[in-house]
Write a protein that binds this ligand. Structure first.
Ligand SMILES: *[C@@H]1O[C@H](CO)[C@@H](O)[C@H](O)[C@H]1NC(C)=O
Length: 374
């Protein structure tokens, strides 16, 4: 997790030595090097909430790291050795197989099953099932597949994650989904009678959902940072355009009808940045269990507000830019489509709000005990 937050902090902040990034030096150096290579930044003070990165590049980046973080947190020593550095080099790529055609947020009901098996004298598991929305499937060397290994549908316990070679016999890509006028790398994949040895188990047996929990927390705040970056980009570009464009001989920016909506967005972006940084900073200092108990609601707040704000900012940027903003000469329609997805993935706005509500009303979290006595 720390590794991840560091990267997020680097991107989010032009202040490289931000306290969010106070982590293990080695991780930090490695992540800085990887990021700098990909997105050369001028350094602190280049005015870069988004480090001069367009929405498009954020998108690429956003897919790069989550599996490394999961592997750092839950992989065996052997898996870490085998997968992480090769992943950074680009010779290993992983999908994250939790969702299925008929189960999304209700992951405890997944139908993919793994049963005990022996093949050529090796103890292991046979996996059968189907997964949907597998990002990067076309380039994947491994699929992380969540399957029920014990218990009943609806039980949180009894689900285990496995590393399955993406090219194993029995792995079949059925389709890549088109979404909101974008072709994607999000595949629907079937797994038929796939044998994996015990060493393919990723994380705790029967408690694979802990990986998913940690993954979604990290991804929720990562998405929030990404949406904030894209929001700031949309605002900044709109402001510049409004100063340059002179309909009827006057700067567009002189109109309060142009100013005020951008003021509202800019103000919310400022507030959101503080909440994201505070939450990320706290996450760096907590074990996953504490994140879940103490600040899961804050992570959800960051997530749903940032993602919603970004779609509003992209929509506003299109409006300020007029026809050219609606075209692909500008990135706003792409940002809109991409971040619109974030209002659904890593759980929908409604699931985030449900989480915030559960903390607010003390059904879970720190107030649970006190509120049970009301
Ligand atoms: C989480 O909350 C508990 C209860 O308020 C508190 O004792 C603990 O210090 C908090 N954890 C962190 C890391 O802040």
């Amino acid at each position: 997790m720390r590794f991840y937050i560091t990267i997020m902090a680097l991107l989010l902040s032009s202040v490289v030595a931000s306290p969010i990034a106070r982590v293990n030096n080695r991780d930090r150096l490695e992540s800085e090097a990887a990021i700098k290579k990909r997105f050369p930044m001028k350094g602190p003070g280049d005015g870069a909430g988004v480090a001069g990165i367009t929405g498009r590049e954020w998108i690429e980046l956003s897919f790069k790291l989550h599996d490394i973080c999961a592997c750092l947190g839950f992989g065996s020593e052997e898996q870490k050795k085998q997968l992480i550095w090769r992943r950074l080099e680009g010779t290993v790529r992983m999908t994250f197989g939790l969702m299925e055609p008929s189960h999304g947020s209700d992951a405890t009901f997944i139908k993919t099953k793994a049963t005990r098996a022996v093949k050529d004298g090796v103890e292991g598991w046979t996996i059968n099932g189907m997964k949907m929305w597998q990002s990067n499937q076309h380039k994947a060397t491994h699929c992380i597949v969540f399957a029920r290994t014990s218990g009943n549908p609806g039980n949180a316990i009894g689900i285990t994650a496995f590393f399955v070679p993406a090219k194993a016999e029995g792995v079949k890509v059925l389709s890549y989904e088109w979404t909101f006028n974008m072709p994607t790398d999000l595949a629907t994949v079937s797994f038929t009678n796939i044998f994996v040895p015990d060493s393919a188990i990723f994380g705790p047996i029967n408690n694979g959902l802990a990986i998913a929990q940690s993954f979604v927390h990290e991804n929720r705040i990562r998405q929030a940072a990404s949406s904030l970056g894209a929001t700031v980009f949309c605002i900044t570009e709109s402001v510049k355009y409004a100063r340059q464009r002179k309909p009827f001989g006057e700067e567009l920016a002189k109109n309060q009808a142009i100013q005020f909506p951008l003021v509202e967005l800019a103000m919310q972006a400022e507030m959101l940045r503080l909440l994201i940084r505070k939450t990320a900073w706290e996450m760096d200092r907590m074990e996953q269990k504490e994140v879940e108990r103490n600040i899961s609601d804050k992570v959800s707040m960051c997530n749903y507000w940032a993602n919603r704000l970004c779609t509003q900012a992209a929509d506003r940027a299109i409006q300020v830019h007029g026809g050219i903003g609606y075209s692909r000469h500008k990135p706003f329609e792409h940002i809109y489509r991409h971040h619109r997805r974030y209002r659904i993935t890593e759980d929908s706005e409604e699931i985030q709000m449900r989480k915030v509500a559960a903390y607010l009303f003390g059904y879970i979290g720190l107030k649970k005990e006190a509120f049970s006595k009301l």
